[in-house]
Design a protein around this ligand. Structure first.
Ligand code: PBG
Length: 330
């Protein structure tokens, strides 16, 4: 005897065509941003805690961008590994017009004008303390740091960056950078704010990649407490008021509820960053044969999309784009 069931959700899953109609979330290469690690060296260097990612030489970057464009990934975020000798307590290399980042922006834009170039604004790669802001007597200064972030943003804009992305979590920096850019005529340069950025242990492999681990303390006086979610709305309101074009939640997988909340509370596009530690977890399990890399990576990205992210920064951007093209699904 069949059960007396008027509703049988399984009917909508009975074949691929119906599952296709019922599918609510789409993941494609157009949603992905590829972060790139840069260095001055002549060759590309492996990163121990991020197998499959490289610190790219200037020539390596152009090869990587070309390959990514072929894979269907059109947006890039630049992170420089700066030699210890170039780091200073005032982080002045951050706005050197001949520095690694502005030179790389110009090189990418010259060869691949269609590539969307995003740059990270924060002092940690350049600052001998390894903090995102200026340090005085063990404290991270806010307003003095913002002055330098404006100079860093202008340096990137002058080199041709499309989108500037402050990741430092200083108060007031979005409005101050917007004003600085506008006064110099860069009204078309977008601001993608790392709006809701948590003090997370999932950033450690990234700090290996750039040798940018803080020399003392942690980042808890500027990055958010992972216990908090109401505070995300406070940061969101400020960044909207100050002129952010896109707002980011970071990391992604441990904070899917926050992505969902931000998505529901703003009309701006929402970005999420699947950070280095999330990559490292997936990669380590895949290398051990514990997870099917293709399916689990695509499932993780689909989950971030379903939570509400319009764009996803991920070190898996190129392989994920290829797997999607090959017809793999989570
Ligand atoms: C620097 C910055 C960090 C990341 C992006 N920009 C590290 C940090 O805040 O310590 C992390 C990215 C990742 O882990 O993949 N302000």
């Amino acid at each position: 005897m069949p059960l007396d069931l008027p509703s049988r959700p399984r009917r909508n899953r009975k074949n691929a065509a119906l599952r296709g109609f019922a599918r609510e979330t789409h993941l494609g290469p157009e949603h992905l941003v590829l972060p790139l690690f840069l260095h001055e060296g002549t060759g590309d260097l492996a990163i121990g805690s991020m197998p499959g990612c490289l610190r790219l030489s200037p020539a390596g970057v152009l090869r990587e961008v070309e390959g990514a464009l072929k894979d269907g990934v059109g947006a890039f975020d630049l992170f420089p590994a700066i030699a210890e000798a170039q780091k200073t307590s005032d982080g002045r290399e951050a706005y050197n017009p001949e520095g690694l980042v502005p030179r790389t922006i110009r090189a990418i834009k010259m060869e691949f004008p269609e590539a969307l170039v995003i740059t990270d604004v924060a002092l940690d790669p350049y600052n001998s303390d390894g903090h995102d802001g200026l340090v005085k007597d063990g404290r991270i200064l806010n307003d003095e740091t913002v002055e330098l972030l404006i100079m860093q943003a202008l340096c990137h804009a002058e080199a041709g960056a499309d989108v500037i992305s402050p990741s430092d979590m200083m108060d007031g920096r979005i409005g101050a950078i917007r004003g600085g850019l506008d006064r110099q005529g860069f009204t078309d340069v977008s601001l993608l704010s790392y709006c809701v950025k948590y003090a997370s242990s999932f950033y450690n492999p990234f700090r290996d990649a750039l040798d940018s681990t803080p020399k003392f303390g942690d980042k808890k006086t500027y990055q958010m407490d992972p216990a908090n979610v109401r505070e995300a709305l406070r940061e969101l309101a400020l960044d909207e008021e100050e002129g952010a074009d896109i707002v980011m939640v970071k990391p992604a997988m441990p904070f899917l509820d926050v992505i969902r909340l931000v998505r529901e509370c703003t009309s701006l596009p929402v970005a999420a960053y699947q950070v280095s530690g999330e990559y490292a977890m997936l990669k380590a399990a895949a290398l051990n044969g514990w997870l099917d890399e293709r399916r689990s990576v695509l499932e993780s990205l689909l989950g971030i999309r379903r939570a509400g992210a319009d764009m996803i920064f991920t070190y898996y951007a190129r392989p994920a784009a290829r797997w999607l093209k090959e017809g793999w699904a989570p």
